[in-house]
Design a protein around this ligand. Sequence first.
Ligand SMILES: [Zn+2]
Length: 284
Amino acid sequence: MLRTNKPTPITSSTYVLLFVFLGIPALLFGGQYLFARRYRAKKQAVVTADFPDTWNAILLSNVPLVSKLPSHFRQRLETNIKLFLAEVSFEGQGGVQITDEIRVTVAAQACLLTVGREDKRYPRLKNVIIYPSAFTDSPRAPNFDPDNPTYRLGESWTTGTVILAWDSTKRGAINIHDGRNVALHEFAHQLDQEDGVGDGVPIFQSQSAFTAWSQVFTKEYEIQVKKATKGRRSVLDHYGATNYAEFFAVSTEAFFEKPKQLKRKRPEIYKILKNYYRLDPVSW
Ligand SMILES: [Zn+2]
């Protein structure tokens, strides 16, 4: 007797299972691959595009710190500005029309903070909102209190938004010796918030860097609190005594705008920021 193995019929439920276990992963993987390819192609196009002369003119007139930057960083800064402007959207509030002057002035300062570190950008940052001058809390802010509005020059949110008052931003960028720069301040907060928390402790590449940071910043913050409480003069703005996050942001302003004084008066802060930003503004 000849026995034959009758093939199992392929039912519709088999097709469903095949689709779930093979089809969906293939579609997802294919989609991701196409997205990554398109992203890389778009990034490459941005990187290879010329840096417009008009943008150079804006840097020259509005962001003099860029002219002081060592020449070997210039190419990276321009690339990072182009990528920043391709990835981050700008929105004007209170009648502000977003222009290249606003975009380039803001982007250049944001990118100054990261130019020392190859491929370091702002992974959480999605948009920058510009007001003409000091603004009250935005109703979209996480801690908005309509009964208690306060005026401010800048904000940085962990959800990926930086808000700036344009008059202060431009003034702070042009004057590079007063230790006050709202854009550097807010983008330092944005770096601090990269791990989802604004606590004055940004992301470090090693445990030893984190340990050194904790020791120096804890000690120096206590000194700052004492100076602020007693009204003593300080190379750092007393606002830095508010909390660790503000201490990091205020120290960053002084690092770029009063590097010599900071290195002389608070050498440990200068050294730890030099290691973090991988820049040495005293030598500029
Ligand atoms: Zn702040």
